[in-house]
Design a protein around this ligand. Structure first.
Ligand SMILES: Nc1nc2c(c(=O)[nH]1)N[C@H]1C(S)=C(S)[C@@H](COP(=O)(O)OP(=O)(O)OC[C@H]3O[C@@H](n4cnc5c(N)ncnc54)[C@H](O)[C@@H]3O)O[C@H]1N2
Ligand code: MOO
Length: 468
């Protein structure tokens, strides 16, 4: 208590690089333990796959070439290109519709003949090019001539003649998507450590892979808000005291977490009033089902800021203060990594902006790392850009300001030239996004980093809202 009343902290201030190193050390050790021993083979309807949070534990190779057969790129006529060098009239002997073979079922294309094909249909054996219907005139038919009425798409059961019009030559391969052109059989199409987002899931589907999808273990994360002033957002304002503060951090953190872990892995630990924090932390960190604990509030220097000493009792504080703004009191603790059940605890400063910035810079990368995402993909992307308007960064601490990239990126040599607007307001993340920016609340899409004593800076890609 004496120290707090005098304002001394026992924790040295570490810079961001040191903080990242310390978090990474723990996260990578946990990842090595989990991801070597815990590959699960799951089906398509598994919650982690469906929520887009699953991370592949093994490479996935193409089981067959894509496309699986030489396919027509256009609706038209499959031809032997060599035939057309001498004669532009061909006899159409069959219709081949993508997904079904109509008339007749299986054909070997004789010289001088062609086969009507729809886009995506397999080329018959012997054909090596496709003449699009736009370049074809139907010139005769044994049955009634429907030419004109049906345009160039024939609906016939007997051979008919076509003539090539408007194209001088048809090289082999013309309008054909060759077997294996996109992906040869056996090529790795998804890598271990890739999160199965919408595109990755569609790649699995394109190869018909819906069973035995190899995924790694994802962390189970509890989120706790601390502070006697906090009330649940659903509480009617008429029933709360004038000094109460609505808890906005926990809903934000839970929503952000859904990008990384399925809903069943997120435990909402509620709000702990100051006198309840000790009991709550003990229970949560003693729960074998919790791997990561995110605490908001109570980490600064006040008498009610009890989180740090409690974490020191329950595990080991890796850092307790950060040389950065916002986030100075940010604390990271863990259970000894060689322990049977390692855990990580992130105590984020209660200020909503500090809390969301610390989540983006430290918690999200740690969750990615323990989930098996490789280092080069675990951190937000960095770009060097230029400021669209003056910014006023802190003089004592390197600072991350919420920012908005206001033009599409145009890459020129090593630099991008996307102007950025930045703000240092400290209201809720959404409100701070608007403050000074005169724009939509979800427009923050980056953090602008202002290192101390330097005019160089870069924004970190970060989207604090679903739509940002
Ligand atoms: N003497 C000092 N005081 C403070 C220092 C310091 O170095 N010396 N650091 C300041 C900095 S920097 C920060 S950041 C804050 C962080 O403090 P805490 O983590 O202890 O956070 P609280 O005091 O609990 O809350 C701060 C602020 O945020 C509001 N809050 C908290 N939780 C939530 C929530 N879940 N949803 C919405 N708003 C929340 C809370 O009501 C306070 O207004 O400490 C400075 N002090
Ligand atoms: O470090 Mo605090 O997060 O500046 O307000």
């Amino acid at each position: 208590m004496q120290d707090r009343l005098q304002g001394r902290s026992p924790y040295p201030m570490v810079d961001m690089n040191t903080a990242w190193t310390l978090v990474e050390e723990v996260a990578r050790t946990i990842a090595a333990r989990w991801q070597c021993s815990e590959t699960h083979y799951v089906d398509w309807d598994h919650e982690a796959v469906q929520s887009g949070t699953a991370v592949l534990a093994e490479d996935v190779a193409a089981p067959w070439p894509m496309p699986r057969f030489d396919a027509a790129l256009k609706d038209g006529y499959a031809v032997r290109s060599a035939d057309l060098a001498s004669d532009t009239t061909l006899c159409c002997t069959a219709l081949q519709v993508a997904g079904q073979e109509t008339w007749p079922l299986s054909v070997v294309m004789e010289p001088g003949t062609c086969v009507y094909v729809t886009t995506g249909a397999p080329l018959p054996p012997g054909a090596d090019a496709v003449v699009p219907v736009e370049y074809v005139q139907i010139i005769s038919s044994a049955s009634s001539s429907k030419q004109g009425a049906l345009g160039p798409v024939p609906n016939r059961t007997e051979p008919f003649y076509i003539r090539l019009e408007g194209l001088t030559s048809i090289p082999a391969g013309y309008e054909v998507r060759r077997r294996g052109l996109d992906v040869p059989a056996g090529q790795v199409v998804l890598r271990r450590g890739q999160r199965l987002g919408p595109v990755e899931r569609s790649v699995l589907c394109s190869f018909g892979i819906q069973e035995r999808i190899p995924i790694g273990r994802l962390p189970r994360v509890a989120v706790l808000s601390t502070g006697s002033e906090l009330v649940e957002a659903c509480t009617p304002s008429s029933s709360v005291s004038s000094s109460a503060v609505y808890d906005s951090n926990r809903p934000l953190l839970r929503a952000l977490l859904q990008r990384y872990v399925p809903a069943s892995h997120i435990l909402d630990a509620g709000i702990a009033a100051d006198h309840q924090v000790s009991g709550k932390l003990k229970a949560l960190l003693g729960d074998p089902l919790i791997d990561v604990l995110i605490i908001s509030g109570g980490v600064s220097m006040g008498l009610s800021d009890v989180v740090k000493p409690l974490l020191a009792d329950l595990g080991q504080i890796r850092f307790g203060r950060l040389l950065m703004k916002p986030g100075k009191p940010m604390t990271f603790a863990s259970q000894a990594v060689d322990d049977d059940r390692p855990w990580m605890a992130f105590a984020l400063p209660g200020n909503p902006v500090s809390s969301s910035v610390c989540f983006a810079l430290l918690v999200a990368p740690a969750i990615q790392l323990v989930s098996g995402v490789p280092r080069e993909r675990a951190y937000p992307r960095r770009l060097v850009v230029r400021l669209a308007e003056d910014a006023y960064p802190d003089a004592e601490r390197p600072e991350f300001q919420r920012a908005r990239l206001i033009e599409p990126l145009t890459m020129t040599e090593s630099n991008t030239t996307a102007p950025v607007q930045a703000t240092a307001g400290k209201r809720t993340a959404a409100a701070a996004a608007v403050a000074g920016l005169d724009t939509w609340p979800d427009a923050v899409n980056a953090l602008a980093y202002f290192p101390l004593a330097s005019t160089d800076w870069w924004p970190v890609e970060y989207t604090p809202t679903e739509h940002g």
